[in-house]
Design a protein around this ligand. Structure first.
Ligand SMILES: [Zn+2]
Length: 149
């Protein structure tokens, strides 16, 4: 049911995580003449780990696949139209009893980015520059597995 993933849970490693059925985010990629870039979200200060940078994402509802959850969250938080993106892969950070899945997608059509209240800012960042941002700890640990370069 819609929203039934919202809530805190604890993983086998003892962390507290948002998303009773796990969580998912969308790593959106495109190429510019200068660099391979990805869309990063500066999380609003009132959100979980607020003030850090990561990808748009959030709790998965029980009826959703991880891809559906990532695309829904990307639409809610960044206005991303799923017709403008093509899912090309996914990577799971499994903690035991809780997992975060990063869904990787390429931009294939016209895209308009519309931040919602959970996004202080959305910015295209060159992959080589991602480690210089104050990253969300979960995203920071996944990034070496996600980057193309
Ligand atoms: Zn954990």
């Amino acid at each position: 049911m819609r929203g039934d993933g919202n809530g805190w849970t604890r993983c086998a490693l003892g962390h507290r995580h948002w998303g009773r059925h796990g969580a998912a985010g969308l790593l959106l990629r495109r190429d510019t003449p200068d660099a391979a870039v990805v869309l990063l979200q500066h999380r609003a200060v009132w959100t979980s780990d607020g003030g850090t940078w990561a990808v748009p994402g959030g709790a998965r509802d029980s009826h959703e696949s991880v891809v559906q959850a990532a695309l829904r969250e990307a639409h809610e938080e960044a206005g991303i139209d799923d017709a403008a993106v093509e899912v090309v892969g996914q990577w799971q950070d499994d903690h035991g009893g809780w997992a975060y899945t990063t869904v990787i997608a390429d931009v294939i059509g016209p895209l308009r980015i519309v931040p919602n209240a959970e996004s202080a800012e959305l910015r295209w960042v060159a992959e080589r520059d991602v480690p210089t941002f104050a990253l969300h700890p979960g995203f920071a640990s996944s990034w070496p597995s996600l980057r193309r370069i």
